[in-house]
Write a protein that binds this ligand. Structure first.
Ligand code: SF4
Ligand code: SF4
Length: 415
């Protein structure tokens, strides 16, 4: 009898211990929230709902967004024409990839907390209380859109779902809910070595010397990558990663600029045109942009010439007036080169390239900035057989990752 009682007490004690272990395990699961990104740094874990709502309110007060936000969030006719144009939805056919569904995630919060009808009538007018799970759904959905703006071209109401995606990301960014590949790169630029690839100045200068030697070995020409030439007409700045992975592009650019007679320079105090702030934060966009503009100011150049990169060109062209502490004329290198071809300053022999060549309009440069003809002028001058691909120009399909800028777990698992 004594033994049976002891066994029972022991069993009760064991059960209690197991229950405690289970509670600790569950508490750990709550703390370690799973995000769709491969990595994320210091996300806000507490009061996410109130921080989200407050941040959206701050965005709504911002004059540059207020009008568009009000308009886009009120005018969607739910016709879903945008779904037919979205390469992402056409690939996955998942609800979270419907352009209007994604925007609606933001719209329902806006209606619930920032409109009188939403506050009074709630779900009757499409408003609903924001839940923790809605924030998780937004993180995934907003970072799957490439912000290519293909859907905006066809929307009968003129709604730009890509802008709503960006605003959603900016709100999430305030909760530190941004992918680590963005946050690490931008902090390297702003607080670290000063560029997204963490290339020190000495190594960068060595690379320029190396590229000059390469051009000499390959072509026999002495082509210079001029540096820190004060008063030059153009400051040339490309994504710093191009110096590692796109060396051919940069060698071609240097040759085109020299043979066209450009008065140009590279700055060695700041030499990275990448601005991933564009993908998730106005503040970071502005800080990085102003580092670039400060380099142009230091060298007293007249104009800024951005390398081939579409997003880098878009940031400087579109955001300089909004955020820039200095103002310059800005061109993409393709615009400069096309002009040099048209004016006869740059002669290219098209018979060297005998293959059939086409051109895929990139979203940022094409649909984003309307640079459609300059690349075609260059390709036609450089190749005998140019053919258009379809669709093209403003109806082009996104060329790559665009401003998704990352591959989330779900994308990877559906590949
Ligand atoms: S965003 Fe435009 S195309 Fe898409 S559902 Fe709304 S009104 Fe229709
Ligand atoms: S911006 Fe591009 S990826 Fe995003 S919803 Fe529109 S078409 Fe789809």
């Amino acid at each position: 009898m004594q033994q049976t009682t002891e066994r029972k007490e022991k069993n009760i004690e064991n059960n209690k211990n197991n229950q405690r272990k289970e509670q600790v395990k569950n508490a750990t699961v709550v703390q370690k929230r799973q995000y769709p990104f491969f990595a994320i740094e210091n996300p806000v874990e507490e009061n996410r709902v109130s921080v989200f709502v407050k941040t959206l309110g701050a965005v709504l007060k911002d004059e540059k967004y207020k009008l568009l936000l009000d308009l886009y969030l009120n005018t969607c006719a739910s016709c879903n024409s945008c779904a037919d144009q979205c390469h992402l939805y056409q690939t996955t056919h998942e609800q979270k990839d419907l352009p209007a569904y994604r925007s609606n995630q933001l719209r329902s919060v806006y209606k619930r907390y920032y409109t009188t009808s939403g506050k009074l009538l709630g779900r009757l007018v499409g408003a609903r209380d924001l839940q923790e799970s809605d924030i998780d759904a937004m993180i995934e959905s907003f970072y799957r859109c490439t912000m290519c703006r293909r859907c905006a071209v066809e929307c009968p109401m003129g709604v730009d779902n890509a802008l709503l995606t960006r605003i959603g990301r900016c709100v999430l960014g305030e909760l530190n809910l941004a992918p680590k590949n963005f946050t690490i790169s931008t902090s390297q630029q702003l607080e670290g070595i000063g560029n997204t690839s963490a290339i020190p100045k000495g190594a960068f200068i060595d690379t320029l010397d190396f590229l000059q030697d390469e051009i000499k070995d390959m072509t026999g020409y002495n082509v210079e990558f001029p540096r820190d030439k004060a008063g030059a007409e153009y400051l040339f700045i490309a994504p710093v990663s191009d110096y590692i992975v796109e060396a051919d592009t940069l060698m071609g650019t240097a040759m085109a600029l020299q043979f066209a007679g450009a008065d140009w320079t590279i700055g060695t105090e700041y030499y990275d045109a990448i601005n991933y702030g564009l993908f998730y934060s106005d503040k970071i966009t502005s800080d990085i942009l102003n580092k670039l503009l400060a380099e142009a100011q230091r060298l007293k150049v007249k104009k800024i010439l951005i390398g081939e990169c579409g997003h880098a060109t878009k940031v400087v062209k579109l955001f300089m007036d909004l955020f820039g502490k200095h103002k310059f004329e800005v061109q993409n290198v393709m615009e400069y080169t096309a002009k040099a071809v048209e004016q006869g300053r740059l002669k290219i022999n098209p018979t060297v390239n005998k293959d059939i060549v086409t051109y895929h309009d990139p979203c940022n440069l094409g649909r984003g900035l309307g640079v459609f003809e300059a690349p075609r002028t260059i390709v036609r001058a450089a190749a005998k057989h140019f053919v258009e691909m379809f669709p093209n120009r403003e109806r082009t399909t996104a060329a790559a990752a665009g401003e998704a800028g990352l591959r989330c777990r779900t994308c990877m698992s559906s590949e």
